[in-house]
Design a protein around this ligand. Structure first.
Ligand code: ATP
Ligand code: LTN
Length: 333
Protein backbone atom coordinates (compact mmCIF):
# COMPACT_ATOMS: atom_id res chain seq x y z
CA UNK A 1 0.00 0.00 0.00
CA UNK A 2 1.37 3.39 -1.01
CA UNK A 3 0.57 6.67 0.72
CA UNK A 4 -0.42 9.48 -1.66
CA UNK A 5 -0.62 13.02 -0.27
CA UNK A 6 -1.08 16.53 -1.59
CA UNK A 7 -2.22 19.98 -0.47
CA UNK A 8 -3.72 23.13 -1.96
CA UNK A 9 -3.61 26.61 -0.42
CA UNK A 10 -6.92 28.36 0.33
CA UNK A 11 -5.66 31.64 -1.14
CA UNK A 12 -8.74 32.20 -3.32
CA UNK A 13 -11.25 30.18 -5.28
CA UNK A 14 -9.47 27.29 -7.05
CA UNK A 15 -8.90 27.82 -10.76
CA UNK A 16 -9.14 25.68 -13.85
CA UNK A 17 -5.32 25.39 -13.46
CA UNK A 18 -5.67 23.88 -9.98
CA UNK A 19 -8.33 21.55 -11.32
CA UNK A 20 -6.44 20.28 -14.36
CA UNK A 21 -2.98 20.32 -12.76
CA UNK A 22 -4.00 18.86 -9.42
CA UNK A 23 -7.61 18.04 -8.47
CA UNK A 24 -8.63 16.11 -11.60
CA UNK A 25 -5.46 14.09 -11.32
CA UNK A 26 -6.17 13.29 -7.65
CA UNK A 27 -9.53 11.83 -8.66
CA UNK A 28 -7.98 9.79 -11.46
CA UNK A 29 -5.33 8.39 -9.12
CA UNK A 30 -7.92 7.51 -6.52
CA UNK A 31 -9.97 5.62 -9.11
CA UNK A 32 -6.94 3.76 -10.43
CA UNK A 33 -5.18 2.91 -7.19
CA UNK A 34 -7.83 1.42 -4.97
CA UNK A 35 -5.28 -0.29 -2.68
CA UNK A 36 -3.52 2.94 -1.75
CA UNK A 37 -4.11 5.47 1.00
CA UNK A 38 -5.04 9.06 0.08
CA UNK A 39 -4.46 12.11 2.22
CA UNK A 40 -5.44 15.53 0.87
CA UNK A 41 -5.42 18.72 2.87
CA UNK A 42 -6.17 22.40 2.84
CA UNK A 43 -2.83 24.16 3.32
CA UNK A 44 -4.12 27.10 5.37
CA UNK A 45 -0.84 27.61 7.24
CA UNK A 46 0.82 28.06 3.87
CA UNK A 47 -1.85 30.56 2.84
CA UNK A 48 -0.95 33.01 5.62
CA UNK A 49 2.62 33.37 4.38
CA UNK A 50 1.13 36.25 2.38
CA UNK A 51 -1.48 38.59 3.95
CA UNK A 52 -5.05 37.22 4.00
CA UNK A 53 -8.32 38.77 5.04
CA UNK A 54 -9.54 36.56 7.96
CA UNK A 55 -13.19 36.35 6.84
CA UNK A 56 -12.18 35.52 3.28
CA UNK A 57 -9.65 32.95 4.44
CA UNK A 58 -12.28 31.19 6.55
CA UNK A 59 -14.65 31.07 3.57
CA UNK A 60 -11.89 29.90 1.20
CA UNK A 61 -10.96 27.03 3.53
CA UNK A 62 -14.53 25.75 3.54
CA UNK A 63 -14.95 26.27 -0.21
CA UNK A 64 -11.79 24.37 -0.96
CA UNK A 65 -12.85 21.48 1.28
CA UNK A 66 -16.17 21.26 -0.57
CA UNK A 67 -14.48 21.55 -3.96
CA UNK A 68 -12.08 18.68 -3.24
CA UNK A 69 -15.13 16.46 -2.82
CA UNK A 70 -17.18 18.11 -5.57
CA UNK A 71 -14.48 17.25 -8.11
CA UNK A 72 -15.23 13.60 -7.51
CA UNK A 73 -12.97 12.33 -4.72
CA UNK A 74 -14.37 9.30 -2.97
CA UNK A 75 -14.79 10.10 0.72
CA UNK A 76 -14.57 6.46 1.73
CA UNK A 77 -10.91 6.18 0.82
CA UNK A 78 -9.80 9.63 1.84
CA UNK A 79 -8.33 11.51 4.77
CA UNK A 80 -9.40 15.10 4.04
CA UNK A 81 -8.24 17.62 6.61
CA UNK A 82 -7.37 21.23 7.38
CA UNK A 83 -3.64 21.65 8.01
CA UNK A 84 -3.96 24.04 10.98
CA UNK A 85 -6.21 21.55 12.80
CA UNK A 86 -3.30 19.12 13.00
CA UNK A 87 -0.77 20.96 15.15
CA UNK A 88 1.97 18.44 14.33
CA UNK A 89 2.47 20.17 10.96
CA UNK A 90 3.78 23.33 12.61
CA UNK A 91 5.88 21.29 15.06
CA UNK A 92 7.46 19.15 12.36
CA UNK A 93 7.89 22.30 10.27
CA UNK A 94 10.20 23.61 12.98
CA UNK A 95 12.27 20.42 12.92
CA UNK A 96 12.59 20.79 9.15
CA UNK A 97 13.65 24.42 9.51
CA UNK A 98 16.43 23.22 11.74
CA UNK A 99 17.55 20.85 8.98
CA UNK A 100 17.34 23.26 6.01
CA UNK A 101 20.09 25.67 5.01
CA UNK A 102 19.59 29.35 4.15
CA UNK A 103 21.28 28.78 0.77
CA UNK A 104 18.81 26.12 -0.31
CA UNK A 105 15.81 28.24 0.70
CA UNK A 106 17.21 31.23 -1.18
CA UNK A 107 17.21 29.23 -4.40
CA UNK A 108 13.46 28.51 -4.32
CA UNK A 109 11.76 30.02 -7.35
CA UNK A 110 8.35 30.40 -5.68
CA UNK A 111 9.90 32.50 -2.91
CA UNK A 112 11.80 34.63 -5.38
CA UNK A 113 8.69 35.24 -7.49
CA UNK A 114 6.30 35.91 -4.65
CA UNK A 115 8.69 38.17 -2.75
CA UNK A 116 9.42 40.12 -5.93
CA UNK A 117 5.70 40.85 -6.35
CA UNK A 118 5.50 42.28 -2.82
CA UNK A 119 7.41 45.49 -2.32
CA UNK A 120 7.34 45.44 1.47
CA UNK A 121 6.35 43.08 4.23
CA UNK A 122 7.85 39.85 2.88
CA UNK A 123 7.42 37.49 5.83
CA UNK A 124 9.92 35.03 7.24
CA UNK A 125 7.26 32.33 6.85
CA UNK A 126 7.22 32.89 3.09
CA UNK A 127 10.95 32.20 3.18
CA UNK A 128 10.72 29.04 5.32
CA UNK A 129 7.60 27.80 3.49
CA UNK A 130 9.35 24.78 1.86
CA UNK A 131 10.34 23.46 5.32
CA UNK A 132 6.67 23.37 6.30
CA UNK A 133 5.83 21.69 3.03
CA UNK A 134 8.51 19.06 3.70
CA UNK A 135 6.93 18.50 7.13
CA UNK A 136 3.47 18.06 5.56
CA UNK A 137 4.82 15.29 3.39
CA UNK A 138 7.23 13.55 5.78
CA UNK A 139 4.72 13.32 8.65
CA UNK A 140 2.79 10.59 6.85
CA UNK A 141 5.49 8.34 5.34
CA UNK A 142 4.29 9.55 1.97
CA UNK A 143 5.32 7.65 -1.16
CA UNK A 144 3.83 9.87 -3.87
CA UNK A 145 3.02 13.57 -4.09
CA UNK A 146 0.86 14.53 -7.09
CA UNK A 147 1.44 18.22 -7.90
CA UNK A 148 1.70 20.69 -10.76
CA UNK A 149 5.11 21.40 -12.25
CA UNK A 150 5.70 24.52 -10.14
CA UNK A 151 6.06 22.39 -7.00
CA UNK A 152 8.81 20.04 -8.16
CA UNK A 153 11.58 22.17 -6.71
CA UNK A 154 9.95 22.02 -3.27
CA UNK A 155 9.67 18.29 -3.60
CA UNK A 156 13.33 17.94 -4.42
CA UNK A 157 14.13 19.89 -1.26
CA UNK A 158 11.81 17.63 0.75
CA UNK A 159 13.74 14.63 -0.50
CA UNK A 160 17.06 16.28 0.42
CA UNK A 161 15.83 17.08 3.92
CA UNK A 162 14.56 13.54 4.48
CA UNK A 163 17.87 12.05 3.34
CA UNK A 164 19.84 14.53 5.46
CA UNK A 165 17.80 13.67 8.57
CA UNK A 166 18.10 9.93 7.93
CA UNK A 167 21.87 10.20 7.50
CA UNK A 168 22.37 12.38 10.54
CA UNK A 169 20.18 10.44 12.99
CA UNK A 170 19.17 7.07 11.45
CA UNK A 171 16.47 5.90 9.11
CA UNK A 172 13.29 7.81 10.03
CA UNK A 173 11.60 9.28 6.95
CA UNK A 174 10.48 7.70 3.73
CA UNK A 175 11.92 9.63 0.75
CA UNK A 176 8.91 10.67 -1.37
CA UNK A 177 8.53 10.94 -5.14
CA UNK A 178 6.73 13.70 -7.03
CA UNK A 179 4.11 12.84 -9.60
CA UNK A 180 3.38 15.32 -12.40
CA UNK A 181 0.89 14.65 -15.19
CA UNK A 182 2.16 14.81 -18.76
CA UNK A 183 -0.53 17.23 -19.95
CA UNK A 184 -2.01 19.96 -17.79
CA UNK A 185 0.79 20.42 -15.28
CA UNK A 186 0.97 24.11 -16.17
CA UNK A 187 -2.17 25.88 -17.38
CA UNK A 188 -1.48 29.47 -18.41
CA UNK A 189 -3.50 32.66 -17.99
CA UNK A 190 -5.97 33.10 -20.87
CA UNK A 191 -5.11 36.78 -21.30
CA UNK A 192 -1.37 36.31 -20.88
CA UNK A 193 -0.35 32.79 -21.90
CA UNK A 194 3.20 33.37 -20.68
CA UNK A 195 2.00 33.60 -17.07
CA UNK A 196 0.71 30.72 -14.91
CA UNK A 197 -3.02 30.79 -14.10
CA UNK A 198 -3.08 31.50 -10.34
CA UNK A 199 -5.91 31.68 -7.84
CA UNK A 200 -4.35 34.50 -5.83
CA UNK A 201 -4.73 36.82 -8.83
CA UNK A 202 -7.29 39.59 -8.77
CA UNK A 203 -10.75 37.92 -8.75
CA UNK A 204 -11.71 40.16 -11.68
CA UNK A 205 -8.91 38.71 -13.84
CA UNK A 206 -10.41 37.79 -17.22
CA UNK A 207 -7.58 35.38 -17.95
CA UNK A 208 -8.30 33.21 -14.97
CA UNK A 209 -11.21 30.76 -14.74
CA UNK A 210 -12.36 30.19 -11.15
CA UNK A 211 -14.28 27.00 -10.44
CA UNK A 212 -17.15 28.96 -8.88
CA UNK A 213 -17.50 31.53 -11.70
CA UNK A 214 -20.97 31.71 -13.29
CA UNK A 215 -21.08 29.32 -16.25
CA UNK A 216 -21.79 32.12 -18.73
CA UNK A 217 -18.76 34.03 -17.54
CA UNK A 218 -16.59 30.93 -17.98
CA UNK A 219 -17.69 30.62 -21.60
CA UNK A 220 -17.04 34.30 -22.17
CA UNK A 221 -13.53 34.07 -20.74
CA UNK A 222 -12.66 31.18 -23.06
CA UNK A 223 -14.11 32.91 -26.11
CA UNK A 224 -12.12 36.05 -25.40
CA UNK A 225 -8.82 34.23 -24.71
CA UNK A 226 -5.80 35.79 -26.40
CA UNK A 227 -4.62 33.91 -29.52
CA UNK A 228 -2.39 34.75 -32.47
CA UNK A 229 -3.73 35.97 -35.81
CA UNK A 230 -3.12 33.04 -38.18
CA UNK A 231 -6.19 31.11 -37.01
CA UNK A 232 -4.66 27.63 -37.48
CA UNK A 233 -5.38 25.20 -34.64
CA UNK A 234 -1.91 23.77 -34.13
CA UNK A 235 0.07 22.95 -30.98
CA UNK A 236 3.24 25.04 -30.95
CA UNK A 237 4.01 26.26 -27.46
CA UNK A 238 6.91 28.51 -28.40
CA UNK A 239 5.30 30.35 -31.32
CA UNK A 240 1.58 29.98 -30.55
CA UNK A 241 1.35 29.98 -26.72
CA UNK A 242 -2.30 31.11 -26.60
CA UNK A 243 -3.85 28.44 -28.79
CA UNK A 244 -1.47 25.81 -27.38
CA UNK A 245 -2.71 26.55 -23.87
CA UNK A 246 -6.33 26.22 -25.02
CA UNK A 247 -5.46 22.92 -26.70
CA UNK A 248 -3.94 21.69 -23.44
CA UNK A 249 -7.21 22.48 -21.66
CA UNK A 250 -9.16 20.73 -24.42
CA UNK A 251 -6.92 17.67 -24.26
CA UNK A 252 -7.05 17.41 -20.45
CA UNK A 253 -10.82 17.34 -20.40
CA UNK A 254 -11.59 15.22 -23.45
CA UNK A 255 -8.55 12.92 -23.27
CA UNK A 256 -7.84 13.54 -26.98
CA UNK A 257 -4.21 14.14 -27.97
CA UNK A 258 -2.98 17.22 -29.84
CA UNK A 259 -2.82 15.48 -33.23
CA UNK A 260 -6.46 14.38 -32.97
CA UNK A 261 -7.57 17.89 -32.02
CA UNK A 262 -5.57 19.45 -34.86
CA UNK A 263 -7.14 17.04 -37.36
CA UNK A 264 -10.63 17.86 -36.13
CA UNK A 265 -10.19 21.59 -36.70
CA UNK A 266 -8.39 21.65 -40.04
CA UNK A 267 -9.80 24.59 -42.01
CA UNK A 268 -12.14 25.62 -39.19
CA UNK A 269 -10.41 28.53 -37.47
CA UNK A 270 -10.29 29.68 -33.87
CA UNK A 271 -13.92 30.81 -33.54
CA UNK A 272 -15.35 27.32 -33.82
CA UNK A 273 -12.59 25.78 -31.71
CA UNK A 274 -13.11 28.29 -28.90
CA UNK A 275 -16.85 27.89 -28.99
CA UNK A 276 -16.55 24.08 -28.67
CA UNK A 277 -13.97 24.44 -25.90
CA UNK A 278 -16.24 26.88 -24.04
CA UNK A 279 -18.98 24.21 -24.03
CA UNK A 280 -16.59 21.45 -22.97
CA UNK A 281 -15.18 23.43 -20.04
CA UNK A 282 -18.60 24.76 -19.03
CA UNK A 283 -20.16 21.31 -18.83
CA UNK A 284 -17.21 19.91 -16.80
CA UNK A 285 -17.36 22.80 -14.31
CA UNK A 286 -21.17 22.78 -14.14
CA UNK A 287 -21.02 19.21 -12.77
CA UNK A 288 -18.55 20.30 -10.11
CA UNK A 289 -20.71 23.27 -9.16
CA UNK A 290 -23.79 21.07 -8.76
CA UNK A 291 -21.95 18.81 -6.33
CA UNK A 292 -20.48 21.82 -4.56
CA UNK A 293 -23.91 23.34 -3.92
CA UNK A 294 -25.09 20.16 -2.24
CA UNK A 295 -22.04 19.99 0.01
CA UNK A 296 -21.13 23.50 1.05
CA UNK A 297 -23.68 23.93 3.82
CA UNK A 298 -24.07 20.27 4.73
CA UNK A 299 -23.22 18.64 8.04
CA UNK A 300 -21.59 15.89 5.99
CA UNK A 301 -18.74 18.20 5.06
CA UNK A 302 -17.98 18.94 8.72
CA UNK A 303 -18.17 15.26 9.59
CA UNK A 304 -15.67 14.38 6.87
CA UNK A 305 -13.30 17.11 8.06
CA UNK A 306 -13.61 16.03 11.73
CA UNK A 307 -12.85 12.45 10.83
CA UNK A 308 -9.95 13.55 8.62
CA UNK A 309 -8.48 15.70 11.40
CA UNK A 310 -8.62 12.83 13.90
CA UNK A 311 -7.03 10.31 11.59
CA UNK A 312 -4.32 12.70 10.40
CA UNK A 313 -3.53 13.67 14.00
CA UNK A 314 -3.10 10.05 15.00
CA UNK A 315 -0.66 9.34 12.15
CA UNK A 316 1.21 12.63 12.47
CA UNK A 317 1.65 12.30 16.26
CA UNK A 318 3.38 8.94 15.86
CA UNK A 319 5.83 10.25 13.29
CA UNK A 320 6.52 13.49 15.16
CA UNK A 321 7.30 11.64 18.41
CA UNK A 322 9.72 9.45 16.53
CA UNK A 323 11.50 12.45 15.02
CA UNK A 324 11.69 14.25 18.39
CA UNK A 325 13.22 11.15 19.97
CA UNK A 326 15.81 10.78 17.23
CA UNK A 327 16.84 14.43 17.57
CA UNK A 328 17.18 14.04 21.35
CA UNK A 329 14.27 16.25 22.37
CA UNK A 330 12.25 15.29 25.44
CA UNK A 331 12.98 12.76 28.18
CA UNK A 332 12.04 9.48 26.51
CA UNK A 333 14.69 7.47 24.68
P1 ATP B 1 -1.30 30.92 -5.36
O1 ATP B 1 -1.84 31.76 -6.46
O2 ATP B 1 -1.81 31.28 -4.02
O3 ATP B 1 0.19 30.78 -5.37
P2 ATP B 1 -1.94 28.58 -6.91
O4 ATP B 1 -3.20 28.79 -7.66
O5 ATP B 1 -0.66 28.67 -7.65
O6 ATP B 1 -1.89 29.45 -5.60
P3 ATP B 1 -1.55 26.28 -5.18
O7 ATP B 1 -2.42 26.21 -4.00
O8 ATP B 1 -0.17 26.77 -4.96
O9 ATP B 1 -2.19 27.15 -6.33
O10 ATP B 1 -1.48 24.89 -5.93
C1 ATP B 1 -2.33 23.80 -5.75
C2 ATP B 1 -1.97 22.75 -6.79
O11 ATP B 1 -2.36 23.22 -8.08
C3 ATP B 1 -0.48 22.46 -6.89
O12 ATP B 1 -0.31 21.07 -7.11
C4 ATP B 1 -0.03 23.25 -8.07
O13 ATP B 1 1.10 22.70 -8.68
C5 ATP B 1 -1.27 23.16 -8.97
N1 ATP B 1 -1.37 24.32 -9.87
C6 ATP B 1 -1.47 25.62 -9.50
N2 ATP B 1 -1.59 26.42 -10.57
C7 ATP B 1 -1.56 25.60 -11.66
C8 ATP B 1 -1.63 25.83 -13.07
N3 ATP B 1 -1.76 27.04 -13.57
N4 ATP B 1 -1.58 24.75 -13.89
C9 ATP B 1 -1.45 23.51 -13.41
N5 ATP B 1 -1.37 23.22 -12.08
C10 ATP B 1 -1.43 24.25 -11.21
N1 LTN C 1 3.26 24.35 -1.76
C1 LTN C 1 2.10 23.84 -2.43
C2 LTN C 1 0.97 23.50 -1.51
C3 LTN C 1 1.42 22.48 -0.54
C4 LTN C 1 1.67 21.11 -0.81
C5 LTN C 1 2.09 20.56 0.43
C6 LTN C 1 1.56 20.32 -1.95
C7 LTN C 1 1.71 22.71 0.77
N2 LTN C 1 2.11 21.56 1.36
C8 LTN C 1 2.43 19.21 0.53
C9 LTN C 1 1.91 18.97 -1.84
C10 LTN C 1 2.34 18.44 -0.61
C11 LTN C 1 1.69 24.89 -3.44
O1 LTN C 1 2.03 26.02 -3.32
N3 LTN C 1 0.96 24.48 -4.40
Amino acid sequence: MAVILSGIKPTGIPTLGNYLGALKNFVKLQNERTEDKFLFFIADLHAITVPQNPAELRANIKNLAALYLACGLNKDNLVLFIQSEVAEHAEMGYIMQSMAYMGEMERMTQFKEKSRKQETGVTTALFTYPALMAADILLYNTDLVPVGEDQLQHLELTRDLAIRFNNRYSDTFKVPEGLVTKVGARIMDLQNPLKKMSKSEDPGDKGCIFLLDPIDLIKKKIKSAVTDSDSIVKYDKANKPGISNLMTIYSCITGEDYKTIEAKYVGKGYGEFKSDLADIVASEIAKIQDNYKKLINSSELDEILDKGRDEATYLARKQLSKAYRKVGLGRKK
